[in-house]
Ligand binder design. Structure first.
Ligand code: ARG
Length: 567
């Protein structure tokens, strides 16, 4: 929060050697000031009662230009900011920094690799991959805004025993025309049929293992089929990314690491980590309370684990990252713990820089999904339905709006992304249409709507905010409680972005944007802008509208959401 530093500076002189930064907190209610120091946390150190510490400190401290009052309430020492100074500081800063407001240089010179989205070839882009896609993309935007060099990698699932199944199924029941026309749905049908038939005919599983083996050995027919499945699927995935407005620095499929796997195995053998267990090659992790990490199955096929180990080694060589994030759902938490442990046992110090950013599942009221049974919610269908519903609302609310289609796209996609990001990533979430699309609830459209309302006020005012000059002593005019609340919130933006990055949680930013939109609406309803008679106050309020618009648009952008100017 703005001026936190001022509180620290003040306290530094009287609390030497104390970690003030982590001690002071934002009080739950306005009446307790902007910051407070809970003195009971100091009573051990000073061997005094908290109330007494608070009173003694209070006597020693003097208010200044930024902090207008210091008061004690029981064991708390409370600091009250000079609001006129906050208003001036925040509004001028946003007016000057605009699209860069909230950014920082803390990440300069540091590199972060982010592995996210990573759907599986021949399977539909399901709503489950949406979570990884939007959380990963938002973290990518956030870290970039903080000055980090980010590398986004889409680790496409294009290798593994499922390809053996698909090849068997395609050879038995596939249809070339159908594959070209509707690649993903045809491949899904084949996949489902395979599992159904395999229940009756155990031989199919053996056949599939053999076909995958042949693929690994480079048998021409299998490679060609695999290439075809991959090409057609990727084309479909890219359509989805384009719709979502998301791009990647690199698409590297798991198959890419096949050629590195033998080298990885040699290295693991040299480190005496590899054991044979029931025909498979494994790294025993008993000591770490984990099941063995399987590198090769008994039939000789390489595993997802081995490919991830090879990929991590390759990536560190290529990028020498300061951090590598894997944005993947919680069901894979054991997988990543195993992979990171094996890397550590290999002696790679950088293994500590790898982090699994896990998230819960997206559930539908109708139940969970299972690709094998063909029970998937296809993302494109969800996007289409959302667009249709939003278009209907727009036609009712704002029939004269230009570019209805384009805006319906931006709002519907924004609604889905926002809904996903608003939830703490660790939790499972339930997707409910009315909640996702509600213009009045805690939703993307609500935030986008506040932004477009701000844009329309500025348009009506016909005023170039960047040229707006204000006299030094006019800032005190902005003093209504709705105004002050909004200004203080806007001042917290940079802090909120850092918090979101520290915890890898875009939800912190999404929640904050709801608060900004709410505070903006309260301000807008109680403080007239265009009709205000006092010219200076009018200008200040317009500047506040501009500042709110800027924070909403910067924030939405960091979540990967468009901010239309009208809707
Ligand atoms: N394709 C995998 C899946 O859908 C996710 C891959 C995540 N990234 C990784 N490096 N393992 O389950």
């Amino acid at each position: 929060m703005v001026f936190k530093k001022k509180v620290i500076e003040l306290l530094k002189n009287v609390l030497k050697g104390v970690d003030i930064e982590n001690l002071i907190e934002i009080p739950p209610e306005e009446q307790f000031g902007d910051y407070s120091l809970p003195c009971y946390k100091l009573s051990k150190l000073f061997k005094k009662k908290p109330d007494q510490i608070a009173a003694e400190l209070c006597k020693k401290l003097k208010p200044n230009k930024y902090i207008k009052e210091i008061k004690t309430i029981g064991p708390y020492l409370n600091f009250y900011f000079n609001e006129e100074k906050i208003v001036e500081f925040v509004l001028k800063k946003i007016q000057k920094e605009r699209d860069f407001y909230g950014s920082s240089e803390e990440g300069n010179g540091k590199k972060i690799v982010i592995d996210f989205s990573s759907p599986n070839i021949a399977k539909p882009f399901s709503i489950a991959h949406l979570r990884s896609t939007v959380i990963g993309n938002s973290l990518y935007q956030i870290f970039r805004f903080l000055g980090y060099k980010c590398i986004s990698i889409n680790h496409i699932g294009d290798w593994g025993t499922q390809f053996g199944k698909l090849i068997v199924a395609y050879k038995l029941w596939g249809n070339k025309n159908e594959l070209e026309k509707n690649p993903i749905s045809h491949l899904l049908q084949l996949y489902v049929k395979f599992h159904k038939e395999a229940e009756k005919n155990k031989e199919l599983e053996n056949l599939a293992r053999e076909e995958f083996k042949n693929l690994e050995l480079g048998k021409k027919e299998n490679i060609e089929l695999w290439k075809k499945f991959t090409k057609l699927s990727l084309k479909e995935f890219k359509k989805v990314y384009e719709r979502l407005g998301i791009d990647f620095n690199r698409y590297v499929g798991e198959s890419f690491y096949e050629s590195l796997n033998e080298k990885t195995l040699d290295l693991l053998r040299k480190k005496k980590l590899v054991e044979r267990s029931e025909g498979a090659l494994v790294v025993n992790l008993d000591k770490f309370d984990m099941p063995p990490c399987i590198l090769k199955k008994s039939d000789g096929a390489t595993t997802y684990e081995l490919r991830d180990i090879s990929a991590a080694i390759y990536r560190y060589k290529k990028y020498s990252f300061d951090e590598m994030l894997y944005v993947v759902d919680t069901r894979q938490s054991l997988h990543f713990r195993q992979v990171f442990k094996v890397l550590e046992l290999c002696g790679f110090k950088w293994a500590k820089k790898c982090k699994h950013v896990e998230f819960g599942l997206m559930k539908f009221p109708s139940g969970v999904m299972a690709t094998r049974k063909g029970k998937v919610v296809i993302l494109e269908d969800v996007l289409d339905k959302a667009k249709e519903l939003i278009l209907k609302i727009i036609k009712e609310k704002n029939p004269k709006l230009k570019n209805k289609e384009k805006i319906a796209d931006q709002v519907s996609i924004g609604a889905i992304i926002f809904w996903d990001l608003l939830h703490d990533r660790i939790k499972d979430i339930v997707f409910e249409w009315d909640k996702v699309l509600d213009f009045e609830g805690e939703t993307g459209p609500y935030v986008q709507y506040a932004h477009s309302r701000a844009c329309s006020i500025l348009k009506k005012a016909k005023l170039k905010v960047e040229e707006l000059k204000l006299t030094k002593d006019c800032f005190a005019l902005l003093n209504k409680k709705e105004e002050i609340k909004l200004v203080k919130l806007l001042g917290e933006f940079g802090f909120v972005i850092k918090e979101s990055a520290t915890h890898y949680k875009p939800s912190i930013l999404a929640r904050y944007l709801i608060e900004v939109a709410q505070a903006f609406n309260e301000f807008y309803h109680s403080c007239p802008c265009l009709k205000e008679k006092n010219e200076n106050l009018k200008k200040l309020r317009l500047l506040l509208v501009f500042a709110s618009k800027q924070v909403l648009s910067n924030g939405l952008h960091l979540l990967g959401i468009k901010a239309p100017e009208s809707m």
